[in-house]
Design a protein around this ligand. Structure first.
Ligand code: ADP
Length: 282
């Protein structure tokens, strides 16, 4: 455009140099304008592309996690049903000695317990998701709730060593069922993710109106880069080939939600020499 305008000028005409100068200034102004507009548009396109890339990646990860969840859930539902059915059929068809009968019955009860926990977790997850969940608050004896959970797990897993130290009569205002569920999820994980010979420790204390619950295991622990992610919905460490324990990736997500709804905080650190420590502060 500048070249064209210069050609159009009458050389030697009236105020030729002035008009030439004007055209040059206009050229400089336009150049700066186009470069800055171009840079802004380019930046917007780059930002948009990054945003689209991240959204697509997030969606892909979510659908992957949901697919894993569906596979895990089908497996988790089918196994206890199949085991319970087989045990009951065996009891019905054969006259077994008393000791074997007891073993089959307690095994069936254990599977029914797992099914119950799973259904509770699923129901709670969908209620939380739709925002319909209402806490029922009452004054509860937390020492009693923790002791009940530990007794329940000691009965279900008689060979596991669960050590409990707590102060009696620690009261807290909250939802008893939900808190019990949170504690059960942590205990369940401590058992699932540590060896049969390894100890589990529970401490419940209260200092200056601050209640602290520690659940420690001596298992293989959780890598630092995974510590935040394990509280995400459906998240499980490792992949299908490296995971040994069964699960759905819902337990810690719900536990965190429950604790936060009680204005508390949950965190995880490394146990020494190995394992994890889950700490709840209320
Ligand atoms: P799930 O146990 O059903 O997989 P959770 O939400 O309870 O789901 O736990 C998420 C993941 O965190 C687990 O898959 C496991 O990899 C890891 N994790 C949880 N608790 C422990 C623990 N005590 N020790 C080691 N890893 C754990």
């Amino acid at each position: 455009m500048t070249d064209y305008k210069i050609q159009e000028l009458q050389p030697g005409g009236y105020s030729y140099t002035q008009q030439l100068k004007k055209i040059e200034i206009e050229k400089e102004r336009k150049t700066v304008q186009y470069i800055s507009e171009g840079a802004v548009f380019f930046l917007l396109i780059v930002l948009g592309a990054v945003w689209v890339f991240r959204s697509v990646r997030r969606q892909f990860q979510q659908s992957q996690q949901q697919q894993n969840f569906m596979m895990a859930i089908t497996h988790e539902l089918k196994t206890p049903i199949a085991v319970a059915r087989l045990n009951l059929e065996t009891l019905l068809k054969h006259k077994l000695p008393e000791e074997q009968q007891q073993k089959l019955i307690s095994n069936t009860l254990e599977e029914a317990g797992r099914l119950n926990t799973l259904c509770n977790n699923l129901l709670l997850a969908s209620t939380i998701e739709t925002g319909n969940y209402q806490l029922t608050t009452e004054k509860i004896d937390l020492s009693e709730v923790v002791t009940e959970s530990v007794n329940d797990f000691s009965m279900r897993f008689p060979k596991r060593k669960i050590n409990i130290t707590l102060l009696p009569g620690i009261f807290f205002t909250g939802d008893r069922l939900m808190l019990q569920m949170a504690i059960n999820n942590l205990l369940d994980n401590a058992i699932k993710y540590s060896g049969k010979e390894e100890n589990i420790y529970i401490h419940l204390t209260k200092e200056d109106e601050q209640i602290k619950l520690l659940i420690k295991d001596e298992g293989k622990g959780i890598p630092d880069e995974e510590k935040n992610k394990i509280f995400d919905k459906f998240y499980r460490v490792g992949n299908l080939h490296t995971r040994e324990a069964k699960g759905t990736g819902l337990g810690l997500y719900l536990t965190k939600k429950i604790i936060e709804q009680h204005n508390g905080h949950i965190s995880v650190t490394n146990n020494i020499p190995g394992g994890s420590i889950f700490e709840i502060n209320l």
